[in-house]
Write a protein that binds this ligand. Structure first.
Ligand code: NAD
Length: 332
């Protein structure tokens, strides 16, 4: 089976590519990625066999059409993914997440792919009060430009199934953590600040709740959906690990034996969703997926990974990771 993975040089995509190539000997992967600020070829280092890297923009219809020729399936991760950036400027989010997804869906239709997995987020459902969890039937009510652009892409994906019968499956996952996450996101940002003894900026009162899932559990769910997900269906993916941001930050400080006095509360994010929680019963019952990581172990491993890979995040901070003429680590 030959699959195109869009956004495969990013956090979740690169972990997915590594998992597929190392665990499924009958799969050949083409990573298609524009290498925006969030894409990093170092994330694909060491992946040699059955893998090709193609640099390209998902909004480039011609290039997308070329990369999809003769492909069996698409797993679509590529996106602008950071809520804070979408609040500062939303244009790129609409371009990549909505228009880019449309271009991919059109090309997948022309190429006649057998499966199109559209990777989405719990954020499309909006925010919850103290009780309850999102199901696949929860109406979409996105509150940030990021989540609105993801909801737009979900609706296009759905429409391509309903209108053209394109075999689209949508996954919606909760917050991920793990190796190779870009240091603008909560977990790596806090780890790095704590290591350097700098203040840890926590939004508002730190009481916003997220459901945390290790990236490898997310990717095992996507592999399962690629294999057995029913076209036209949506699958929620979550870890049963609801924690406030403050609890997560305190766990990190404990793991690094740093003092809680580093925590600094800063002005809340605009439109900050208070609580997300996922009901993942459908994928558990219908596809037999369950998360394997418990949060304490997953977070301890993640902290250890950032301690062992200082060079990886130092190169991001200095901008050196965006030197494209670097040897492509067998990724080509
Ligand atoms: P990321 O920002 O780490 O990676 C995004 C990748 O997409 C980068 O490699 C970037 O270069 C690429 N990209 C961006 N614009 C592109 C374009 N126009 N053309 C081609 N490539 C482009 O993101 P991530 O955290 O790995 O998230 C991957 C997907 O999973 C996204 O669709 C996101 O919405 C979804 N998701 C993320 C989380 C999470 O917690 N990180 C949770 C649920 C769903």
């Amino acid at each position: 089976m030959k699959i195109v993975v869009t956004g495969g040089a990013g956090f979740i995509g690169s972990n997915f590519v590594r998992m597929m190539v190392s665990e499924q000997s009958d799969v050949e992967v083409v990573t298609y990625d524009a290498l925006t600020y969030a894409g990093n070829l170092a994330n694909l280092a060491g992946i040699v066999d059955r893998h090709t890297f193609v640099r390209g923009d998902i909004c480039d219809a011609q290039a997308v059409q070329q990369v999809m020729a003769g492909v069996d399936a698409v797993v679509h991760f590529a996106a602008e993914s950071h809520v804070d950036r979408s609040i500062a400027s939303s244009a790129e989010f609409v371009r990549t997440n909505v228009e880019g997804t449309r271009v991919l869906l059109e090309a997948a239709r022309s190429a006649g792919v057998a499966k199109f997995v559209h990777v989405s987020t719990d954020e499309v459902y909006g925010t919850l009060g103290d009780e309850g969890a999102f199901t696949e039937m929860t109406p979409l009510a996105p509150n940030s430009p990021y989540s609105a652009s993801k909801a737009g892409s979900d609706l296009l994906a759905r429409a391509f199934y309903e209108t053209y019968g394109l075999p689209v499956v949508i996954t919606r996952c909760s917050n991920n953590y793990g190796p190779y996450q870009f240091p603008e996101k909560l977990i790596p940002l806090m780890i790095i600040h704590a290591l350097e003894g700098r203040p840890l900026p926590v939004y508002g009162d730190g009481g916003n709740v997220r459901d945390w899932l290790h990236v490898s559990d997310h990717n095992r769910a996507i592999a399962r959906v690629l294999e057995a997900g029913v076209p036209g269906q949506v699958y929620n993916i979550g870890g049963h690990n609801e924690r406030t941001n403050l609890e997560m930050v305190r766990m990190i400080l404990r793991l690094l034996a740093r003092d809680e006095s580093l925590i600094t509360f800063v002005q809340d994010r605009l439109g900050h969703d208070r609580r997300y929680a996922m009901d993942a019963t459908k994928i558990e019952h219908e596809l037999g997926w369950t998360p394997q990581y418990d949060l304490e172990r997953g977070l301890a491993e993640t902290v250890a990974w950032y301690l062992e890979h200082k060079e990886w995040w130092e190169r991001i901070r200095t901008g050196a990771y965006q030197t494209f003429d670097q040897p492509q680590s067998g990724a080509r």
